[in-house]
Design a protein around this ligand. Structure first.
Ligand SMILES: Nc1ncnc2c1ncn2[C@@H]1O[C@H](COP(=O)(O)OP(=O)(O)OP(=O)(O)O)[C@@H](O)[C@H]1O
Length: 190
């Protein structure tokens, strides 16, 4: 039995463990450990390819993770890069482009119009809701920002960052639109 310590979690990687291993083309591939020799593991992938990797570069895979992913990264059993990326991918394939990690919203560009995400019903639903009460959404961030600003009576700010083309302008537009929507209401309700 081998123990690999990552962050604060100690994980046992043994023969039979389901794991993630890095791959030069796909970033991460999953597989099952079939042999361990010293500090190296041999892994068999679903397409029966065999990969040898240092145990330190092998990450446990949560085989009981929900099929639809989780909306908050803290709900992941293993908080490591392949686990986070896999979760984002699963949700993205379901057109769930927003995810939380702590108080940070991760938005992934859908490269298509998802009008249902920004319609009047959604605007109304997020109005006044507590942060993280509803599914991750850019409106939830705008709402929390607005509530804090009204409550504390001072300026507030939101940082939108990402590489070129990832959707910063779109996200900022939705933030501004929603703030205008909230500002058009009676602030007493906050
Ligand atoms: N949530 C979204 N829904 C629909 N389309 C989106 C979304 N986010 C981004 N896009 C689309 O992706 C393209 C790139 O987005 P955007 O211009 O916001 O990126 P950016 O991060 O501001 O890029 P740059 O840094 O180069 O200015 C745009 O055509 C935009 O409409």
């Amino acid at each position: 039995m081998n123990c690999v310590s990552r962050l604060s979690t100690t994980v046992n990687i043994i023969v039979g463990s389901h794991v993630w291993v890095d791959d030069p083309n796909k970033a991460w591939i999953d597989g099952q450990v079939i042999k361990i020799t010293g500090q190296e593991a041999e892994i068999e992938t679903p397409d029966l390819k065999k990969v040898v990797s240092k145990l330190l570069n092998v990450y446990p895979k949560d085989t009981e993770a929900p099929a639809g992913g989780v909306d908050h990264m803290t709900k992941l059993s293993y908080l490591h890069e392949p686990g986070v990326l896999q979760n984002l991918r699963i949700r993205y394939e379901l057109n769930e482009i927003y995810n939380y990690t702590g108080n940070i919203l991760i938005a992934i560009n859908p490269f298509q119009k998802l009008t249902h995400l920004y319609d009047g019903h959604m605007k109304e639903e997020y109005k006044g809701a507590s942060f993280r009460e509803l599914s991750p959404h850019v409106f939830a961030v705008a709402n929390a920002f607005y509530r804090a600003m009204i409550k504390e009576g001072k300026s507030n700010s939101i940082l939108v960052s990402g590489e070129s083309g990832t959707g910063k302008t779109k996200t900022t537009t939705m933030l501004m639109q929603y703030l205008a929507y909230l500002g058009g209401r009676n602030s007493e309700s906050y």
